[in-house]
Design a protein around this ligand. Sequence first.
Ligand code: HMG
Ligand code: MG
Length: 299
Amino acid sequence: VLPDRVRVHEVGPRDGLQAEDAFVPTSMKAEFCRRLVAAGVSSLEVTSFVSPRWVPQLADAEELVRELALPGAVRQVVLTPNLRGLERALAVGAHEVAVFVSATETFARRNLGSTVRGAMDAARPVVSGARSAGVPTRGYVSMCFGDPWEGPVEPALVAGVAAELMAAGCTSVSLGDTIGVATPGHVRAVIDEIVRAGVPVDAIACHFHDTYGQALANVHAALIAGVTEFDSSAGGLGRCPYAKGATGNLATEDLVWMLHGLGIHTGIDLAALCDVSHWMAGRIGHPVPSRVATALLAA
Ligand code: HMG
Ligand code: MG
């Protein structure tokens, strides 16, 4: 049976913008967030407190969080790779933070300059520090299905990382298909393995990128497995700058179209969301990759 409600975690302001070369002014990022919330988005990934050398686009994280002033009911997550990131986030009153650990060694090195073990060791004090401050932590596992340098990833490896993040105190884990290579049977196998490792299914979110056009099929497989939280990006904008060949996240419009078609509530007004995506894409000078956002504009 499918759930009646799904939480859509909108990552456009973070995953969608992080690889943009031309700096998007802070006030425009804030406007993007506010418009998303006005369209019914209630869970939002705002920015990252990472090294500005690594992700120059998000160097304005403090300023953005201070300027935002979203309603308290909106869940706002920020990425914090290390204690330095956590301190910066807490100093501006972050509500929820996220750590990220790769399931594969090559991506751990390229995305964090570390190893899988090193990334986990860096994440652990961030999670406990956040917890002491009363702030929940989302734990991302990247490259859960395939890695552009290492090929397919063993489900047991992913389950080990996910279970370790939960044991460290994360309140949820998000399974990243960073390069979009997953297919539905593989998704089911990974979720089953993680549940077998002791992680409750309601603590699992799925974060699909749509590089190979499989993201919606993968969402459907995850829904059947009991997952009720999905990450997506308005319009399908974005990619990870450190993952070779990765395109944008699953588009929020495509996700919401399918969920609403299945009779599943999201709280999102699809037409309003489309307007936001076209507005943002126009500002940064990109076409909107989302099929649904394109079709609705023409309809
Ligand atoms: P490093 O270069 O190995 O570490 O980076 P470092 O300790 O030598 O620091 C380098 C410089 O950054 C130093 O400054 C530090 O002070 C500074 P310098 O002395 O050179 O002037 N620094 C910081 N500054 C501000 N905030 C901080 C911070 N930490 C260090 N928090 C580090 C290590 C972890 C910092 C770096 O690798 C990094 O920032 N990585 C983040 C990369 C990133 O954001 N990737 C994209 C997000 S993950 C993703 O997209 C996947 C996801 O979507 C899920 C999926 O799709 O799978 C989540
Ligand atoms: Mg991502």
